[in-house]
Design a protein around this ligand. Structure first.
Ligand SMILES: [Zn+2]
Length: 370
């Protein structure tokens, strides 16, 4: 599934303004509109591709996410982008109201017919731990949603004959004008309810629990939203379902702290290990790891374990694990131990003498972010 870059699809630069994006899309929508290219699969694909690109780039929040994470950030995994109804409902925005001005571009009201209802979106919170973030995870989630009740049937609306529209003739100073309006008895749906099973609501819908399988990509962040198309509430009158929006919550890890794709670990070593050196075992996100503490290691030293951090959401590269060394100063010494330290009190090698290689804390932090 190699998706083209949305900017490339619309032929605009990354710095294009909203009005440039709109203009570019409008041009493509006219060029590849299915009414203008009947039975042309390639044109239809282009049409859909452009609509999807516009859907993202015209929305500040989506655009920001796309700019940051690319296609991976859109959470549209496995979803086939937008369906035609999504696209046509977008035209109200692009061509100013209602969708009918668009039809007039092609001189035929073929799209101005029946209105299709869209089910509402469902939102759920999903708690993940840091291991889930590191590896990605498949989750099965129970969601309560509206579905069409079993056995519900619909009638074709008698008033409009199922077209959803009725024609009105009015007399104006320019002569008789024919206008199409949404059918008042079916609200433009072209259908009315026929058989409504017991327990269903006025639209023949019932609440039902469903298990949805979702695939969470690795590298997601706390507060991110993923969209599973078509897994929200179903729409009455055989419309199309809304989306399931998953709000990601990442739980704090007991020992590892996250900073973008890097992880940080506060490591305490004994005074003797700092002086003599030793191999010690530390936790990482993928199990334990052995690290070497050199003899004469100073407190505050940061060891960088390459690629032991979290994968990035776009699939390129991994962060690092930064191990912050803290030397544990012993407390509550025994008499014998005190005696040893007292004996070392005036030892020359115990006098602090930082060299230029022993950078200050602030210098090290500065290095870390460069
Ligand atoms: Zn009707």
């Amino acid at each position: 599934m190699s998706k083209r870059d949305y900017y490339e699809v619309l032929g605009v630069s990354k710095s294009a303004s909203q009005s440039e994006i709109k203009k570019a899309y409008r041009k493509m929508a006219i060029q590849y509109h299915p009414d203008k290219n009947p039975d042309d699969k390639a044109a239809e694909e282009k049409f859909k591709e452009a609509a999807e690109a516009y859907d993202v780039l015209s929305n500040t929040e989506k655009k920001q996410r796309y700019d940051q994470f690319g296609h991976a950030g859109m959470g549209n995994r496995g979803g086939g982008g937008m369906n035609m109804d999504d696209i046509f409902s977008q035209f109200g925005d692009i061509f100013g109201g209602g969708g009918s001005p668009f039809d007039s571009f092609f001189g035929g009201g073929s799209r101005g017919g029946r209105r299709t209802q869209k089910g509402s979106n469902l939102r759920i919170k999903l708690k993940l731990n840091l291991e889930d973030v590191a590896n990605g995870v498949d989750k099965k989630i129970k969601v309560k949603k509206l579905v069409q009740a079993e056995g519900v049937t619909y009638n074709t609306c008698g008033n409009c004959g199922g077209s959803g529209q009725v024609t009105r003739v009015s007399n104006t100073i320019l002569g008789q004008m024919q206008t199409s309006v949404a059918c008042p008895s079916c609200s433009g749906l072209g259908k009315s309810i026929d058989k409504r099973p017991k327990g269903s609501d006025a639209n023949g819908m019932v609440q039902k629990e469903e298990v949805v399988s979702i695939n969470i990509p690795s590298g997601v962040e706390d507060g991110m939203q993923l969209k599973v198309s078509g897994k929200g509430n179903a729409a009455p009158f055989e419309g199309y379902a809304g989306d399931l929006i998953i709000l990601i919550e990442v739980e704090e890890h007991p020992t590892l702290k996250r900073e973008n794709n890097n992880l940080h670990y506060d490591c305490y070593i004994s005074l003797t290990d700092a002086v003599l050196g030793n191999d010690i075992v530390i936790p990482t996100i993928s199990g334990k790891a052995k690290i070497k503490i050199d003899a004469g290691t100073q407190s505050g030293k940061i060891l960088r374990l390459k690629s032991k951090g979290l994968p990035s959401l776009n699939g390129y590269g991994k962060g690092d694990l930064l191990v912050h060394i803290n030397v544990w100063t012993p407390q509550n010494l025994s008499k014998d131990e005190l005696k040893i330290f007292k004996g070392l009190k005036d030892s020359k090698s115990f006098v602090p003498n930082p060299t230029s290689s022993d950078k200050s804390f602030f210098e090290r932090v500065k290095d870390m972010f460069n």
